[in-house]
Ligand binder design. Structure first.
Ligand SMILES: [Zn+2]
Ligand SMILES: [Zn+2]
Ligand SMILES: [Zn+2]
Ligand SMILES: [Zn+2]
Ligand SMILES: [Zn+2]
Ligand SMILES: [Zn+2]
Ligand SMILES: [Zn+2]
Length: 1748
């Protein structure tokens, strides 16, 4: 970059040039010029290089300014002939604004589409328009734009209703006159002239491909020879490659390289070097060399600087044009004319054509700019939009071909404009008629799929990567076709018919290439060697599914088109089937007295294909013929006689048989590719135009054939004929091969199922007599019969139409009830009970798994309703006339003989040859037949027209070989068979039906029915007996089941409790025990004595003195003792900023930070939590070592991370798997041995003695400091023997004390462990204080009582922390602790010698905790003084309370304007507070505001000090093991007195000061004259006020789209105005970050991390909660390696989240769920949550969290 640093011209030179130059003069010269283009070009040739030819732009403002003044201003002057700003303003006011909004979407901007009114889903509104439209009250869909595209507001064709928002509503005075009429003729001419020149210039420059020369007229005579080395974007090379290469090639820093790469990616090109030719060429060759190894090299050009300069300006010109057009529709129209005017080369040579045709050669930035201009001009003017559309269609093939070779994404290709043109119905239809667009698109598509097999079918098998890439691209053509077809014509012109049918022909050609593609042959013996390619073919099928459906819908709107289409489709099919009947001799099959001839073909041995689009299209058209009744009305016009049912039937049947054989396991050796194909064949995405149509085709064929013949062919294709044909009937039993028997059984089941479907599936309009919503309703009923489902699950199970609608909403409420979700989970739909009777076990869209789930669910439901368990077929709608003969399948001889055979097998002793499913299907078929007969009976007037007589047929005695009698008799014999228990109810149901029908027939025949009655009555009696027996048996079974359920429930209960056990702090409410639930909070009932938790009157709970616990690892019990085996509590220590009042404070320097005094902003704290599980220290150590070893092995073996970091001491609690990183030792309560002090020494005496002692000690320390280090340690040891109540600590307890102290120190300060550091003790005190404070906040926020509402584990944790704190001097050394105490004391008892923070810079609770803990180090020299630590603690508390009061008065004095309430009871307090305040004012020289009311001040002190007092109460409660007073175990506000009394404080706190006035007066003086106080009060920095409010997560908007909108205007802070791809919101502080992107990576502690991770370090001490706005997903991050996603607090109307924003339903904030997230944060449970999520889902561990 050597030459890059050349300075730009000095500003003075710039000014001089301005003075010489007059825009007005230039413009008037141009006006006079005879050859305007030449003049303008000359001007540009002179000025453009001067502005844009100067290397890297160091001063963009000056460049902008100069371009505006010297280049654009003359154009404007020429155009308007006056001051441009005035002219533009005038134009704007007189302009009749377009009704079109035309707002062009930025990437990530929200777009809205109305699901009720939009013509198609591509019609969208911008947020402004949407909010001003009626659609916001409709069902709408919200998505984020991928960039490009514009708002369709005002386009009447885009909306079925309400096309205008309020803003774009055409006013009544709107005149549709030519907008040009508003301009003077002169101006029109000038405008025309200048637009022609500059547009031509811009097009010339953007399409210019020479590196050295310029277009004629632009050459500057004395040009300087400088060059740019221009790097272009491609989609092949990665960011890393480009960055690496650039660093090598142009010698830049990584940061510069990143910036270059980002610009290249955004704009498509960027000059990376400026200088002479040699210099640039050198860089180019390095880049090419470096990138050519694996792939084609990066594109680099060395371009003359003047070429680049003109190209830059060309882009500016286009932007300028777009800007000018915004003022006037007239100007827009002129530009459109200029752009579309035919050039000298004739057709397709206009400037717009030139641009389009060169599109794929331009760089990304240029394309974006001119696309934008096209959208602002041609697409905004309805007249020119059509003209442009025609040009676009003319060039279509060419543009698409270019696009295939272009390596840019489609969004930056001009081809993507098709959506703007083709979705306009009138334009689309015009293009079909005039430009034959449909045919063009299809032909272009077919041409690009070149690989065919010998029969001309597509073959994707040997696709190379490049071809696969093209195949993906070519699919966008299908999208275009979809746009064209999306709106169906309501009226057909003759031309439209002709062109549509021509298109259909082309389409049939395409389908013919697909018919029979990818055929498969069954693999026997060996498994296939290579999985054949199948995805491409299915992708094609899937993409075409909607097109095929739309073609049919187009045909349905016009009878003539339908008839013609049917003919053409039929002839296409015949062509596909050429040679169908040739070849071998047909074979003849006969059964049950019927025989048929068919071809010899076996699916299991010959080729078969799943792809039959031509057959299926014909099936679809046939149904339409039936639906429109055309076949009935114009049979003569239809080629019905040409139809050969066996031919129609053949291929779909083969395909269905293939599926059956695959199910039967016959195709196992063909691998997964076939399994996948079968899966997709039935899948909701494909089935409409695959499986469903094959069933229809079978129905078509069956309805035209003798049912017996149909079934014979089916039997033959299923290769089952020999089993049922009389001769071979027994062969099946002799066949010893078990596999074959099983295969055949499955095949029989599948075949019976197929027959059920062929007769029973009548919910397609045209097949059955149904309404349009019936099919979707049935679909929903059957989904909900499986289980209650969420809205999105249902949507997924239903096929979507081309508008992405399922029709679900229309019917859902009639069949289902909606159940709202709770705090977790989602809303569910449940089937209404009255719809269960429509349940069909053999619903054709059930998979086998669905079927068995549904069966189970339905039987359960029946049991619950105490009904029998039969699931008979539901009644079905009648068939349409064309399909009416289908019912005869049910009573034809072949079927009856099949039924009979199966029943026969069932009765045989070896019953195993018949499966239950087989019997079930047979019974179902019989049920269907009976229902049919019943329906016919009911709807007919007499017996004559009833053609259906199933009952009589099954009552007939059977023929040979089944000589056993009628089917009915067989059935009756089966009803008591013990092995058919499960089918009893169904058989019973059938027999009842038969009886019913017979009765009905007899009644209608009114013949003597007595005899039959009699026999049946008898039968009934017999049956009743059997029934009773059966019921007894059933009862027994039920009892057994109940027992089994009981034991299951037990197991379940245990599991559930384990979960309860594991539940994190979030379930605080649930575990809130009633007061007295556990020992620590039992209100003391010992006597009338007042409970006091601190001071000489403290009475500890007796039972607390001895504590026995059980180790969770070895299950041994152990008493907690100081001299025994140490017991420990699993704990998790983490840094926290949850309480922080100042997130801008920089992180403390780990090595030099002094944590002794906590600042009241609580910027960083150390939090300790525990799951409450206790272990022996030794057991834990063994466990942890085992974990370490295991992890080392695992990491070596699998190289995977775990959810915990063993190297950092992390492990999971062995019982509850809670993340832990240390243990806290359990210690007994030590002070209980102490005698209550009879007399309390006064504060004065105590302070004096303590001061003396510390002074003395300090002297001793100073003396010892002279000695060597070893001696120091020794002295320390001596010191500890001086005075220690618990010197009897066992080594194991000592070791654990060190472990925990060091862990807190290490994590809290982020330093290496060092148990000798004096800060070890301080950190564990601070952690105790911080943890108590955060718990106190939580209790306040949730309005919980101070005591008794915490789960045991937290109590246990706090107790251990408190005990630990008071014992930790044994680890840290008395001397060290004493030094701490001396410093702490100096902060309260001002001592000028020591440098202590001022009273405003200390958190008083931290001070209290530290002082109480460090007080143990104060030697008790004066033996006459009662040795009473308790009273010392009380003195400390009193002293600090006074200090805090003063702190509050100084920092938090209220505004005196506040309303004062009347309350006379606390006059004394108020008066004293005011007095103290005024004293302070005097001391502080009036820095405090004047406050006249003591009332306010006292309230302020009370409110401010309350958190401190509450924290202190928790602290002493645990430290001294004192019971909680009953008043504090209930929630409520007025607990001031109880609290003060518990703390031994007067409820008038001011008394503390005034009763020790003489002692405290000098202290007060000392606090006030600390320089820090004055500085803080005068300074700008906000002083922390009390009470500190609890931190909450930021407020989120109610409507999610507001967030999307907010994020869409967010630009990356690093890459100059670029839109961020993954804008992410910090929920803690509200910062928006540019996540997951190179541009915003930074280095934190030696690693490159993404913006989110970096932010967690500054905002959350390593922990972060974010909302990924585009994904609608909450992100938790902890450290660099841990993270998880969490459901967002936004729900749609169906109670579901939309992670990934895929569904686009409107989302609203669920405050309950947001509070839940906030609670996780406030409770410090986020890390734990991440741990659990990662344990549950291992794939989360692999995510590269640090780059987010
Ligand atoms: Zn709009
Ligand atoms: Zn609008
Ligand atoms: Zn609407
Ligand atoms: Zn143990
Ligand atoms: Zn645990
Ligand atoms: Zn960024
Ligand atoms: Zn933040």
């Amino acid at each position: 970059m050597a030459a890059a640093e050349t300075d730009r011209e000095a500003p003075s030179a710039l000014c001089a040039e301005y003075l010489d130059f007059s825009t007005k003069d230039t413009a008037s010269e141009w006006l006079r010029a005879s050859d305007l283009p030449k003049e303008v070009y000359q001007h540009l040739a002179f000025h453009v290089p001067k502005i844009y030819c100067l290397g890297p732009n160091l001063n963009p403002q000056s460049e902008e300014l100069r371009a505006q003044l010297q280049l654009l201003a003359p154009l404007e002057w020429y155009l308007f002939g006056e001051e441009p700003t005035l002219a533009l303003a005038r134009l704007e006011t007189s302009n009749q604004p377009s009704q079109l909004c035309g707002h062009v979407f930025k990437v990530g901007e929200p777009t809205y589409s109305c699901r009720e009114c939009a013509s198609d889903p591509t019609c969208v509104l911008c947020m402004q328009c949407f909010l001003g439209s009626v659609h916001k009250e409709h069902r709408y869909r919200m998505t984020t734009s991928g960039g490009g595209g514009f708002c369709d507001c005002g386009d009447a064709e885009a909306w079925k209703e309400a096309p205008y928002c309020q803003k774009h509503e055409p006013n009544s005075s709107y005149c549709s006159e030519d907008p040009l009429a508003q301009l003077s003729e002169d101006m029109v001419a000038r405008c025309y002239n200048i637009f022609s020149v500059v547009l031509k210039y811009a097009v010339d420059m953007l399409t210019w491909d020479k590196e050295e020369l310029l277009p004629a007229g632009l050459e500057h005579p004395d040009r300087a020879d400088t060059y740019y080395c221009m790097l272009f974007n491609d989609e092949v090379h990665t960011y890393e490659q480009v960055i690496y290469t650039l660093q090598k090639a142009v010698n830049c820093t990584q940061k510069e390289a990143v910036s270059f790469a980002t610009t290249v990616d955004r704009d498509g090109r960027k000059s990376v070097r400026f200088g002479d030719f040699q210099f640039c060429e050198q860089a180019k060759s390095i880049i090419v060399r470096h990138t050519s190894r694996q792939s084609k090299p990066l594109k680099v050009q060395v371009m003359h600087s003047s070429v680049v300069a003109h190209q830059c300006f060309a882009l500016k010109i286009l932007a300028w044009l777009g800007h000018i057009l915004g003022y006037s529709d007239a100007l827009r129209r002129i530009l459109c004319q200029v752009g579309l005017q035919r050039g000298p080369e004739g057709e397709n040579s206009s400037l717009v054509d030139t641009l389009m045709l060169c599109d794929s050669k331009m760089w990304k930035g240029a394309r974006n700019v001119y696309h934008q201009l096209l959208m602002n001009s041609l697409l905004m003017d309805l007249k020119y939009k059509k003209l442009f559309a025609i040009q676009f269609a003319k060039n279509y093939r060419c543009l698409q071909t270019d696009f295939m070779d272009d390596d840019h994404e489609r969004v930056v290709s001009v081809t993507s404009l098709s959506v703007q043109l083709f979705t306009v119905p009138t334009v689309a239809r015009m293009l079909i008629v005039e430009e034959n667009l449909m045919t063009t698109i299809i032909r272009t598509f077919v041409d690009h799929l070149r690989h065919r097999d010998l029969q001309g079918r597509f073959q994707f098998e040997r696709y190379t990567a490049l071809q696969a890439f093209k195949f993906r691209r070519v699919q966008s053509l299908i999208g275009d076709l979809k746009y064209v077809l999306i709106s169906r014509p309501s009226e057909w012109s003759e031309q439209l018919r002709e062109k549509f049918l021509e298109g259909l022909d082309a389409f049939l050609e395409l389908l013919k290439c697909m018919q029979g593609m990818d055929p498969v042959v069954r693999q026997v013996g060996q498994h296939i060697e290579m999985e054949p390619e199948w995805e491409a073919a299915f992708t094609l099928q899937m993409k075409l599914t909607h097109i095929i459906s739309m073609m049919q819908e187009w045909c349905a709107t016009d009878e003539r088109v339908l008839i013609e289409a049917y003919k053409r489709c039929l002839s296409a099919l015949s062509q596909c089937h050429g040679g169908f009947t040739d070849g071998e001799q047909p074979i003849s099959l006969s059964l049950a007295g019927h025989s048929v001839e068919t071809i010899r073909y076996q699916v299991s041995q010959e080729k078969v294909s799943i792809h039959l689009p031509v057959s299926r299209l014909l099936a679809g058209l046939h149904v339409l013929l039936s639906k429109t009744d055309l076949a009935n009305r114009f049979p003569e016009q239809l080629p019905l006689s040409e139809l050969s049912p066996p031919m129609l039937l053949e291929h779909p049947l083969r395909c269905l048989v293939l599926c059956a054989q695959v199910h039967a396991g016959m195709w196992r050796r063909n691998g997964f590719s076939l399994i996948n194909q079968i899966y997709y064949y039935h899948n909701v995405k494909c089935r409409v135009e695959m499986f469903d149509k094959d069933i229809i085709m079978l129905q078509v064929a069956a309805s035209m054939m003798d049912p017996n013949h149909f079934l014979l062919v089916v039997l033959s294709r299923f290769e089952l004929f020999h089993i049922f044909s009389s001769a071979d009937c027994r062969k099946r039993y002799r066949d010893g091969n078990k596999d074959v028997v099983q295969q055949n059984n499955t095949l029989i089941e599948e075949m019976l199922h197929l027959i059920i479907m062929v007769v029973g599936e009548r919910y397609v309009q045209g097949v059955g007599q149904v309404e349009s919503c019936d099919d979707i309703r049935r679909e929903i009923i059957h989904q909900l019969s499986i289980k209650p489902m969420a809205h999105s699950e249902l949507v997924k199970a239903l096929p979507e139409n081309e508008n992405k609608e399922t029709g679900l909403e229309k019917v859902i409420d009639t069949v289902a009830l909606f159940k709202k979700p709770g705090v977790t989970g989602r809303g569910l739909y449940e089937l209404r009970p009255d719809w269960t009777k429509h349940f069909n076990l053999y619903f054709h869209h059930y998979s086998r798994a669905d079927q068995s789930k549904a069966e189970e669910a339905q039987r359960k439901l029946k049991r619950q309703n105490a009904e029998d368990s039969a699931l008979p077929p539901p009644s079905v709608p009648p068939l349409c006339p064309l399909f009416a003969s289908l019912v005869n399948l049910l009573q034809c001889d072949v079927l009856l003989s099949l039924l009979c055979a199966v029943l026969q097998w069932t009765t045989e002793p070896s019953g195993g040859h018949c499966t239950e499913s087989m019997l079930q299907r047979v019974l179902h078929l019989m049920g269907m037949a009976l229902l049919e007969e019943k329906q016919q009976l009911e709807s007919s007037s007499g017996d004559d027209d009833i053609t259906f007589s199933f009952t009589s047929k099954i009552s007939r005695p059977g023929e040979a070989p089944s000589t056993s009698g009628s089917i009915l008799a067989l059935l009756e014999s089966l009803q008591n068979a013990p092995h058919l228990e499960a089918h009893k109810d169904m058989i019973h149901w059938i027999l009842k039906m038969v009886l019913n029908i017979k009765t009905q027939r007899e009644r209608s025949a009114s013949t003597s029915a007595v005899s039959t009655w009699g026999t049946s009555q008898e039968a009934v009696g017999e049956r009743d007996k059997a029934e009773r027996k059966r019921k007894a048996e059933m009862a027994r079974l039920r009892r057994e089941k109940v027992m089994a359920q009981m034991s299951e429930m037990q197991i379940h209960f245990i599991n559930q409790n384990k979960e309860l056990f594991q539940q994190s702090l979030q379930e605080l409410d649930a575990s809130a025990a009633p007061p007295g639930g556990h020992a620590s909070s039992t209100p003391c009932t010992v006597g009338p004595e007042v409970l006091v938790c601190v001071g000489p009157r403290t009475v500890p709970l007796p039972e607390r003195s001895r504590q026995t616990v059980t180790c969770i690892l070895c299950q041994e019990e152990q008493e907690v003792r100081t001299d025994g085996r140490a017991m420990v509590l699993a704990a998790f220590v983490q840094r926290s900023t949850v309480l922080s009042k100042n997130r801008s404070r920089p992180l403390p320097d780990p090595e030099h930070h002094d944590p002794l005094f906590m600042h009241p902003d609580l910027a960083f704290g150390t939090h300790t939590a525990s799951c409450g599980h206790i272990m022996h220290a030794t057991c834990w150590q063994r466990y942890f070592e085992a974990v370490q070893v295991k992890e080392q092995r695992r990491q070596q073996r699998l190289r995977v991370h775990t959810s915990y970091d063993v190297e950092n001491g992390e492990f999971l609690c062995p019982l509850c798997e809670c993340l832990s990183n240390t243990v806290i030792p359990l210690l007994p309560h030590t002070h209980c041995v102490e005698q209550p002090c009879p007399v309390q020494s006064s504060l004065e005496v105590w302070i004096n003695s303590v001061s003396q002692l510390t002074a003395a000690q300090t002297e001793v320390d100073q003396q010892t400091e002279g000695r060597t280090a070893e001696e120091g340690v020794e002295a320390c040891g001596e010191g500890s023997s001086l005075n220690c109540p618990g010197s009897t600590f066992s080594s194991s307890v000592q070791e654990m004390l060190t472990t925990f102290g060091t862990a807190t120190y290490k994590i809290g300060l982020k330093v290496n462990p060092n148990d000798q550091d004096p800060r070890v003790a301080v950190m564990s005190w601070a952690s105790c204080a911080y943890t108590i404070q955060s718990i106190e906040r939580l209790l306040t926020d949730e309005e919980k009582p101070l005591f008794g509402s915490l789960p045991c584990r937290q109590d246990e944790c706090l107790r251990s922390l408190a005990r630990f704190g008071s014992s930790c001097w044994t680890v840290a050394g008395l001397e060290t602790v004493h030094k701490h105490f001396t410093r702490l004391l100096a902060a309260v008892v001002p001592d000028m010698k020591l440098n202590t923070p001022c009273v405003l810079d200390m958190d008083m609770f931290h001070l209290l905790v530290s002082m109480v803990f460090s007080y143990s180090s104060v030697p008790n020299l004066d033996q006459s003084e009662p040795s009473c630590i308790g009273s010392a603690h009380l003195h400390l508390l009193q002293l600090i309370t006074v200090t805090h009061t003063v702190q509050i008065l100084i920092s938090s004095a209220p505004e005196s304007s506040m309303e004062q309430e009347n309350s006379g009871s606390e006059l004394e307090e108020e008066e004293m507070t005011l007095r103290l305040y005024n004293t302070l004012r005097t001391r502080l020289d009036g820095l405090l505001p004047e406050v006249s009311s003591g009332w306010h001040l006292w309230r302020c002190v009370q409110a401010g000090i309350l958190p401190f007092l509450r924290s202190a109460a928790i602290f002493f409660h645990h430290l001294n093991a004192v019971a909680a007073p009953p008043e504090l175990t209930v929630a409520g506000h007025c607990q001031w007195d109880a609290l003060c009394s518990y703390l031994s404080l007067p409820s008038n706190l001011l008394q503390l000061y005034y009763s020790h006035h003489t002692l405290l007066e000098p202290f007060l003086q000392g606090w006030c004259c600390h320089p820090g106080v004055k500085k803080a009060l005068q300074g700008d920095e906000a002083v922390i006020r009390f009470p500190r409010e609890s931190n909450r997560l930021i407020q989120l908007p109610d409507d999610y789209s507001a967030l999307i909108n907010h994020a869409s205007s967010f630009t990356c802070p690093r890459s100059g105005g670029d839109k961020s791809r993954a804008p992410t919101l910090c929920l803690v502080c509200g910062a928006l970050l540019c996540s997951q992107s190179y541009c915003c990576q930074t280095e934190v502690e030696g690693d490159d991390v993404g913006a989110c991770t970096a932010h967690t370090f500054s905002c959350g001490a390593g922990l972060g909660l974010f909302l990924r706005v585009r994904e609608s997903q909450v992100l938790f991050l902890a450290g660099k390696t841990k993270g998880c996603f969490y459901p967002p607090p936004y729900l749609d109307d169906y109670g579901e989240t939309d992670q990934g924003l895929r569904r686009g339903n409107p989302l609203r904030l669920c405050s309950q769920r947001y509070r839940q997230i906030q609670k996780l944060w406030q409770q410090h449970s986020v890390t734990e949550q991440i741990g659990h999520a990662q344990e549950a889902n291992q794939s989360l561990v692999g995510i590269d969290w640090q780059h987010l």
